[in-house]
Design a binder for this molecule. Sequence first.
Ligand SMILES: [Zn+2]
Length: 105
Amino acid sequence: MDFENKTCGVCNKAKLHRFQEQIAPGVYVDAYKCSNGHISYTREVMQKIEAFNKVVALERHAIKVGSSIAIPIPAQIVKAMGIKAKEKVYVTTKDNTIIIRPSPT
Ligand SMILES: [Zn+2]
């Protein structure tokens, strides 16, 4: 399966072009990007990414906190990122992924 020069399935306008996307430090997969920045993967690559995430990502269970959901951040990530309890962080989403950014110091 090859998406090269196929029309982007998100915007249905721009053509897709292959590039190497880094999904983790030193780990690259074939991905396709349109000129509007939408990223697509073939089914095979999508399955590889899911398998990789199952092995590498640390599984956590969401906890209900009022009307919100809290996700415990693994200790090694807390340590690596230097996050402290009660510190302000910024939560957003991109490409079906939740991004948590510590506040700039
Ligand atoms: Zn697009």
